[in-house]
Design a protein around this ligand. Structure first.
Ligand code: SAH
Length: 217
């Protein structure tokens, strides 16, 4: 490969850091490699797009830390035939990563500004299997159906039964659970033949999941 075709050093460090921190799923690593995070951050933050840090986006929200995105995606064990629900579109970055690994993504966001800009970005990147919906993740329309995988990217004090009820048999849900102003724990729920299996993974910090579509834009 000619030298000028090599990925920039910060992108190489980005991949190296994910591997060093234990991400080993090749599909997840590939998705993290091909989705340009710089497109999803505020213009002033482009230089920091490949640092392993959460960054502020519009409406006082955040784009998650890349390691956490990769970790949650790996734990979700997404396959090409899956239909995935994301609650908390934010920038659309996590949805773009999922779009490379599964059949369809429905992602829900309560801020119109964020939903509109994520939809535009995802269209520009040809993530055609992602639908962005303005809505409330606590009140998902019945017509949206059930899902093989559910990923919540905003902190919930508890996981509502309405949400676990949307899991197909064998389905997996991952959500940060805990107080809004503190540390949460990533919880992984699997729908088995006999019920729901719950496991605590790692501690994380997410912005809160709030009920209702936001009144402000
Ligand atoms: N996954 C995002 C980051 C999520 S930040 C990314 O990749 O950029 C959490 C997002 O959840 C915020 O945009 C917030 O507005 C949204 N959110 C919070 N409560 C919600 C709810 N009840 N329904 C839908 N979205 C919600």
């Amino acid at each position: 490969m000619p030298a000028f075709d090599k990925p920039p050093p910060e992108k190489m460090m980005f991949q190296l850091n994910l591997r060093r921190r234990g991400i080993s799923d090749q599909g997840v690593l590939h998705a993290m490699e091909v989705v340009p995070r710089d497109v999803f951050v505020a213009p002033a933050d482009r230089k920091d797009a490949y640092c392993d840090a959460a960054l502020g986006i519009a409406c006082g929200q955040t784009i998650s830390q890349p390691f956490v995105v990769a970790y949650m995606t790996e734990q979700l064990q997404v396959r090409p035939e899956h239909r995935v629900l994301e609650i908390g579109t934010g920038s659309g970055y996590q949805a773009a990563i999922l779009s490379k690994l599964c059949g369809k993504v429905l992602t829900i966001e309560r801020f119109r500004t964020l939903a509109d800009s994520a939809r535009k970005r995802l269209a520009e990147l040809h993530c055609d299997n992602v639908e962005v919906m303005l809505g409330d993740g606590f009140d998902i329309p019945a017509g949206a159906g059930d899902f093989d995988r559910v990923i919540v990217t905003a902190a919930m004090v508890e996981i509502p039964h309405a949400l676990t009820g949307r899991l197909e048999p064998g389905g997996i849900l991952i959500a940060p659970v805990g107080p809004h102003n503190g540390t949460q724990t990533l919880i992984r729920i699997v729908r088995t033949n006999t019920g729901l299996e719950r496991k605590a993974l790692v501690d994380v910090r997410f912005v809160p999941a709030l009920p209702g579509i936001a009144r402000e834009l």
